[in-house]
Design a protein around this ligand. Sequence first.
Ligand SMILES: [Zn+2]
Length: 118
Amino acid sequence: MHEMALMGDIVQLIEEDATAQGITKIEKVELIVGEISNAMPDALRMAFEIFRDQNLHFFSQDAQLVIHTEEAKAQCVLCGTQYRPRQKIALCPECKIPSGKLLSGETFQILSYEGSSD
Ligand SMILES: [Zn+2]
């Protein structure tokens, strides 16, 4: 499950940033996850709970992960049709060829986190 690795990176980034800002307990983490990024929300939630429970010196016991889904959008470079691709190779529904350029849906990033300095 590569979401463990993704979440490990996120936890590390947040820990570094929070430490620099004097934040000692993380209460909430918000992510933006594209529909066709390689990360599955359920697996991310599971990974988050594992990291949280292993790092209670740094995470509040009831720290939450909030996932904002980014809808996938593509536009055909030939006919200009905009559509919602189901995967990274975006097949234009009009031209029936993979002529789509992805506009969104691959994002995987930290939107924000909240914590306290107690
Ligand atoms: Zn097209």
